[in-house]
Design a protein around this ligand. Structure first.
Ligand SMILES: C[S@@+](CC[C@H](N)C(=O)[O-])C[C@H]1O[C@@H](n2cnc3c(N)ncnc32)[C@H](O)[C@@H]1O
Length: 397
């Protein structure tokens, strides 16, 4: 035990130096090593306390914080902080209840306390932003009940792998027979929260088009042929366009058009489409792709939502539009490692298991699905500390 603690501490010291030098991926490595340290030192009673009391209470308190705008009040108070009775007045919460909840948030290092005043932290200030507030609502009200029901659901179904889009842990938890996406449309606050969650869950991480990730200039801009078709990038199932927005901002001099596609309710929910720096279009990806011979078709977290049969249907409908040897298919997806799975990868796999009876895929599984759809795998691009890779494919010339 002592040896392994010593070796983790040595690795933390080394990673600390690379972090000070702003090395890409060093922050994520330090967090991972911190977890290694806790896992080596923590005894079962502490594990129980943390996992089954402290963490569930923490997520409940984050939901409470959304309800009473706690993180926003702490942000407004700035570095002066706020005393318990003033915070109780602002939030409308009984002062004793508030102090008890705040104590847990302090212990869990989400907020802090000094000289009789509560203070926000960079973390709580970040969580005060609208997309995180809606993400907390989505995670607490939609995802958490699905996870809570896992044991009962698996017992009832005799520990078989869920394969139905309409009879999974999510449907049992939420008393519905609808698949996840149609259910979201029937519950508009959750549709809105989900779209916010999509923009928030990986915020702060490198994007696929950042320097050092996928070489946009070399693989897409170079060789772009706008003579027959101006389409440069089609973001298929791109939600309200947060990826497209960032791409256009960062690659302002890209040639051709950027086109966002999604379902009708999602496109309809985009406010003031005229101000978008890209085109938007309603398109059901289970129907043939209407934009032909674009330089690239980008699908971020799309195929992982579906089983192989439906994933292949989506790819086949897209394949008809690809210009052989020219159009690039870019899947921005998790590639699961068998040897070293990360929490980012496995927790997404659990989200998929709970809500859509599907799974994250290994490299061999990605190659398999591309091959079955008649597409040629080219390469996987990774970036340190980022869970999702870019899987590049094309239609052979
Ligand atoms: C997991 S989200 C990914 C959104 C976005 N690409 C991202 O990574 O943030 C899946 C997206 O697929 C869209 N979608 C689901 N079914 C669809 C369909 N049949 N046709 C087009 N889009 C669909 C959803 O509306 C949602 O925006």
């Amino acid at each position: 035990m002592a040896t392994s603690v010593t070796s983790i501490l040595e690795r933390i010291a080394a990673a600390g130096k690379t972090y000070e030098g702003n090395e890409i991926g060093s922050r994520e490595l330090l967090i991972e090593l911190g977890r290694d340290l806790v896992a080596t030192l923590e005894i079962p009673s502490e594990f129980l306390q943390r996992s089954f009391w402290a963490e569930p209470a923490l997520s409940a308190h984050c939901k409470f914080a959304v309800q009473v705008k706690l993180f926003q009040h702490l942000q407004d108070a700035g570095s002066a902080g706020v005393n318990p009775s003033d915070l109780a007045k602002k939030t409308g919460v009984d002062v004793v209840l508030l102090q008890r909840i705040m104590r847990h948030l302090i212990a869990m290092k989400v907020v802090s306390f000094s000289n009789g005043r509560f203070l926000g932290t960079p973390l709580s200030h970040g969580l005060a932003a609208d997309n995180y507030q809606k993400s907390i609502d989505f995670c607490y009200d939609v995802a958490r009940p699905s996870f809570n029901g896992f044991p009962e659901f698996f017992k009832k179904t005799e520990y078989k792998l869920p394969t139905s889009l309409t009879e999974g842990p999510f449907q049992t938890a939420h008393g519905t027979e609808l698949p996840f996406f149609p259910w979201l449309v029937t519950t508009p606050p959750h549709l809105d929260e989900f779209d916010a969650f999509m923009s928030a869950y990986r915020a702060g991480k490198a994007n696929w088009f950042d320097q050092g990730f996928y070489p946009v200039a070399e693989r897409l801009v170079g060789g772009f042929d706008g003579s027959n078709n101006e389409a440069f990038l089609v973001d298929v199932g791109g939600g309200r366009g947060h990826d497209a927005q960032q791409f256009v901002a960062q690659h302002a001099s890209h040639p051709g058009k950027v086109i966002l596609q999604d379902r009708e309710p999602v496109i309809a929910s985009i406010q003031d489409k005229r101000k978008l720096p890209f085109e938007s279009q309603v398109h059901d990806f289970f129907t043939p792709q209407p934009i032909k011979a674009a330089r690239a078709y980008f699908l971020h977290s799309i195929i992982h939502d579906w089983d192989d049969e439906n994933g292949i249907r989506i790819l086949e409908n897209l394949k008809l539009a690809l210009k052989p040897g020219y159009s690039r298919l870019l899947l921005n997806e998790i590639v699961l490692s068998e040897e070293k799975p990360t929490i980012a990868a496995t927790s997404m796999d659990m989200m998929m298991l709970a809500h859509m009876a599907v799974r994250e895929r290994t490299e061999a599984e990605w190659k398999g699905i591309l091959e079955k759809a008649g597409l040629k795998f080219l390469k996987i691009y990774n970036y340190p500390g980022v869970a999702e890779s870019v899987i590049e494919a094309e239609l052979e010339a």
